[in-house]
Ligand binder design. Sequence first.
Ligand code: SF4
Length: 323
Amino acid sequence: MAMTDYITTFSSAMRNRFGERVHKVAIDAGFTCPNIDGSKGRGGCTFCNNVSFSPHGRESRGVAEQIESGRKVIRKRTGAMKYIAYFQAYTNTYADPVALDKMYREALAEPDVVGLSIGTRPDCVPDAVLDLLAGYRDEGYEIWLELGLQSSFDETLDKVNRLHYFHEYEQAVAGAQQRELQLCTHLIAGLPGEGAAHYSETMDRVLELGTDGFKFHPLHVVKGTMLANEWRRGEFTPMMQQEYVEVVANWIDQAPTEMVYHRLTATASEDILLTPAWCSKKWKVLNAIEKELAWRRVKRQQAAMGFASMLVDRSCGSEVRVA
Ligand code: SF4
């Protein structure tokens, strides 16, 4: 069995649409973030070390050049011949719409780029940006808006200094849905003060508003962050791997089957990761999630079979459960 036996991954959704493998190419287009440049705050979210976006420093190359070199590596590694330009680093809608259009168009003009995935904060998607994205979609491109919500609880968002709130996510979702844009919602498990009830409530609220996909992350501690100081002072304890696996499996169980999963875990390179160590082993975590999903399916099948057997047995007048 494979992960795709249990969920629709982003790559399987793209294969269904394009009939072949389509891979994201990550781009650092030189954006900053309103939570860093002082327009909303300085210092950023407590867990954000911007180095983790670009381990080799900020990109000096332009969008087309990054796609060209990313494409070469991905083609060699995976054989993919089509690409989604993934504007990943920082807040990728945080600029004047004319400048944004120029950057996004530069990506779309590259050979074999079939669409865009734009990662941003919920408070940075004005109508003009949504209109741009809807325009590319109307031209036939595959367009995803990735919104970093992380938690639906404002008090949690405060604790990690997000400087945006759930109502801003609601507004961004409404704007995207008016234009029928595809949405991918980012959630983090393990945020300070959160537990099973928070995770379940956040998923309920997100599903009630509607989304088309998810990206899940465990909260890990990396060097150079406020969270690292909290962890050193003993004020923050990261999740164990099995806890994270169960949260992800619960989220998947809560969501409708047509949901598209862009990512089920996140890693940080060993040179900046402080804790938990399991966050540096992406495949181990993914295998554990797959195993958990498989086990839950067997349990459900056994329960259904047991229930059916009880019905048959009762119809014969017996009280004995036969399976
Ligand atoms: S919104 Fe994103 S880029 Fe900005 S500080 Fe937070 S994690 Fe970093």
